[in-house]
Design a protein. Structure first.
Length: 253
């Protein structure tokens, strides 16, 4: 199965957008257009288990991504990624570094990260809601946690719809079809030497606020920016400002 995806733009430089774990490729509506208008060939995809990409077999997200690039004839691309998508981007860059020209990571997760006690408690609450059949409650928990103060009603409704779809796909899949962890560890991450922008949000949960500066210090060609207005999903909270940030970064020589 080829990941469901959209294409825009006809530039010589390719950009791939990787969504967060509470969203799908629809989260990138504003950036998809802005980056294409800036002269890039832009791909946005639904990872398996999100949006329009069902879970039909055991899989590794980075190999799904590699297969998509092969299908599209893209040898090398910049990866723009949000949250869970940031983990996938880092794993892909560690294992397929010759295919990555740059990384822009918005409030990224990282391979092997250990959750704080607060985040583990949050995960336990989510599991309890799902196990009791209260998907609406689990969706609401995610919307309230991951969107910052700049997110309006439209952004909240969009995340609600995307998270609900992800739950439906993932809960319908047999356990043996769950994604395989490629087991990328810190020494491999430290070897990623492409230009990298690491963005964090001042209103994000503490785990992700800590990841930003730590990851930027680990990667040899990275810089860190904290957005004072952002929660966990700046691409949806201030779409135009986030688009401008990404466009400027990707235009740098």
């Amino acid at each position: 199965m080829t990941l469901s995806h959209d294409l825009a733009g006809e530039g010589s430089s390719a950009v791939v957008l990787l969504h967060s774990g509470v969203c799908d490729r629809r989260m990138w509506d504003a950036q998809f257009k802005a980056l294409a208008d800036a002269g890039h060939r832009v791909v946005r995809c639904d990872l398996r288990g999100f949006g329009e990409s069902p879970i039909d077999r055991p899989h590794t997200h980075i190999e799904d991504l590699r297969a998509l690039l092969d299908t599209l004839g893209i040898d090398r691309a910049a990866l723009v990624a949000s949250s869970f998508g940031g983990r996938i981007a880092l794993e892909f860059a560690a294992r397929h570094g010759d295919r990555v020209s740059a990384l822009a990571l918005l409030c990224p997760a990282v391979p092997g990260q250990e959750a704080s006690a607060d985040l583990r408690a949050w995960g336990k609450r989510e599991d309890e809601l799902i196990e009791s059949g209260d998907l609406d409650g689990a969706v609401a928990l995610n919307v309230d946690t991951w969107l910052g103060p700049e997110a309006g009603p439209e952004a909240r409704e969009r995340v609600r719809a995307m998270q609900r779809r992800a739950f439906e796909l993932q809960l319908a899949a047999p356990e043996e079809f769950h994604p395989v962890d490629p087991e990328v560890r810190e020494p491999e991450l430290a070897a990623i030497d492409v230009p990298c922008l690491v963005v964090s949000g001042a209103h994000d949960v503490a785990d992700f606020r800590a990841i930003g500066p730590r990851l930027a210090a680990l990667l040899p060609a990275a810089r860190h920016v904290e957005l004072e207005w952002a929660g966990h999903l700046p691409a949806l909270e201030r779409p135009d400002e986030t688009s401008a940030l990404l466009t400027t970064f990707l235009a740098a020589p």
